[in-house]
Design a protein around this ligand. Structure first.
Ligand code: ZN
Ligand code: ZN
Ligand code: ZN
Length: 218
């Protein structure tokens, strides 16, 4: 099995696995972009990436799981990069480009992109990005260009790159106040409460909310 096919297959199995149990028929469903062939499934078994029980339930082995996590991480970081930095808006183009990119991202490049983006925890669709070694090591070689608002010092400012909350109500609320990608914000004070300035507005913000707002440091 070639590397790209193996990566695609394990990405599919890992992604389906996030929603619940995975059965053989799920891997061959018509609606999929790349349904797996019987031959590919047998190869994955031979390579000890997956095991299939008599009921047809598919489970990734340790080896399979770590490959799945790696590819999902690359895919979702690529999505973030494409949508936030390259500001590509067409949904299907993001998906397509992310799926191309994920196969050419080396572990180093993956961690560099992760660091550059401030170790994001979710993709533009709100799905989790598996953590990499860079996320816990707090590497300093490459400085993050994007960081969350709560990490700025008083007087620090930046331009909103993205807001990572999945709470739509909160997102609408922030948007209606003028807090959305492109808005320049300045941290006025952090104690006793976090207060930010933007446009003509002064606003006290919960730390939890500030953590969801990611800015380009400028
Ligand atoms: Zn992909
Ligand atoms: Zn996504
Ligand atoms: Zn990271």
């Amino acid at each position: 099995m070639n590397r790209e096919d193996r990566e695609e297959a394990m990405e599919l199995i890992g992604t389906l696995g996030e929603k619940g149990e995975v059965f053989l028929k799920d891997l061959q469903a018509r609606g999929l972009n790349h349904p797996l062939t019987q031959e590919q499934i047998s190869l994955l078994q031979e390579e000890k990436m997956i095991v299939i029980d008599p009921r047809g339930k598919v489970q990734a082995t340790e080896k399979g799981k770590s490959l799945s996590e790696e590819i999902i991480r690359r895919h979702r970081l690529a999505e973030r990069l494409i949508s936030d930095v390259l500001i590509l808006r067409e949904k299907n183009k993001i998906e397509e480009s992310a799926c191309d990119l994920e196969h050419v991202m080396s572990p180093q490049l993956t961690d560099s992109i992760c660091t550059l983006l401030g170790h994001p925890t979710s993709c533009p669709h709100g799905k989790r990005i598996p953590r990499g070694t860079c996320c816990s090591e707090k590497r300093t070689q490459i400085e993050s260009l994007i960081r969350s608002l709560d990490k700025l010092d008083p007087g620090g400012q930046g331009v909103i790159a993205y807001i990572s909350t999945r709470d739509h109500q909160l997102l609408d609320q922030l948007t209606s106040m003028g807090l959305f990608p492109g808005t320049r914000v300045k941290v006025h004070q952090k104690q006793p409460a976090l207060v930010i300035l933007f446009e003509e507005t002064t606003l006290a913000l919960d730390k939890e909310i500030a953590r969801e707002i990611h800015v380009w440091r400028k």
